[in-house]
Design a protein around this ligand. Structure first.
Ligand code: HPA
Length: 228
């Protein structure tokens, strides 16, 4: 059976339930991934796990080598990846504690290594990104959630910001006007690089706070930690 790749975000540097087989450091032409790949089984299903921010959660969103992470997964033979991510909730349905499987993304990041298609090309290359996520994997996630009785919001637009600071209330108002439902710092270029590498990628986003200006007072790490 093909292994499922899982990229863990904040709060998911280890998969507790994973039956560990081995860990392997995979070198890539794009540099080092955030951590060695962990090969194991979840409920009898083969899984390759990678903590996006490193094993000790020390790599901030703008310093993650997304290209190396996805490339390492591909080299390991992974074809389907679930990117787990903590996000802030913007629209009313995205209260802290809610899980969502977004179906669209807007990229507000800048200055990140974001494409395979820069150098040594035979010709300029443009990928189709109309539907940024892999629909079959999205549906698998939604069905799996249904099977175990976990409520998941099916859809929504993920707004990817640069971080590591959180947003201003005005930035969130603008993002809401743009159509964003949740805000996170790692969804791009992870999602588009997966497409460039012909990987089937879906996001599982957990709201851990109301986005800036959506609640009284500042966003605290204590609140975020509680939901993580
Ligand atoms: N903004 C951006 N990224 C986040 C947030 C947020 O409010 N919460 C968790 N990740």
């Amino acid at each position: 059976m093909q292994a499922l790749g899982i990229i863990g975000g904040s709060g998911l540097t280890r998969l507790e339930a994973l039956q560990l087989h081995r860990q392997e450091f995979v070198a890539t032409p794009y540099g080092e991934p955030s951590a060695p790949l962990t090969f194991g089984e979840l409920d009898g299903n083969p899984v390759v796990f990678l903590p996006r921010h490193g094993a000790s959660h020390s790599i901030p969103p703008h310093r993650v080598n997304y290209l190396a992470n996805l490339s390492a997964m591909k080299q390991a033979g992974v074809e389907r990846i679930v990117g787990v991510a903590a996000v802030g909730g913007i629209t009313a349905a995205m209260a802290p504690g809610v899980l969502c499987v977004p179906d669209q993304v807007i990229d507000y990041t800048w200055g990140r290594e974001h494409t395979l298609f820069s150098d040594g090309l035979d010709g300029v290359t443009h990928i189709d990104f109309s539907e940024p996520y892999c629909e079959t994997l999205r549906q698998d996630l939604l069905r799996a959630a249904g099977r175990v009785g976990v409520t998941v919001y099916a859809g929504g637009t993920y707004g990817a910001t640069q971080g590591p600071r959180l947003e201003s209330a005005a930035e969130i108002r603008r993002m809401e006007a743009d159509g964003c439902d949740v805000v996170g710092m790692t969804g791009m270029p992870e999602t588009s690089l997966a497409r460039e590498l012909a990987l089937c990628y879906a996001s599982l986003a957990l709201s851990v706070n109301w986005a800036a200006g959506k609640n009284d007072g500042p966003i605290t790490m204590a609140e975020i930690q509680r939901h993580l």
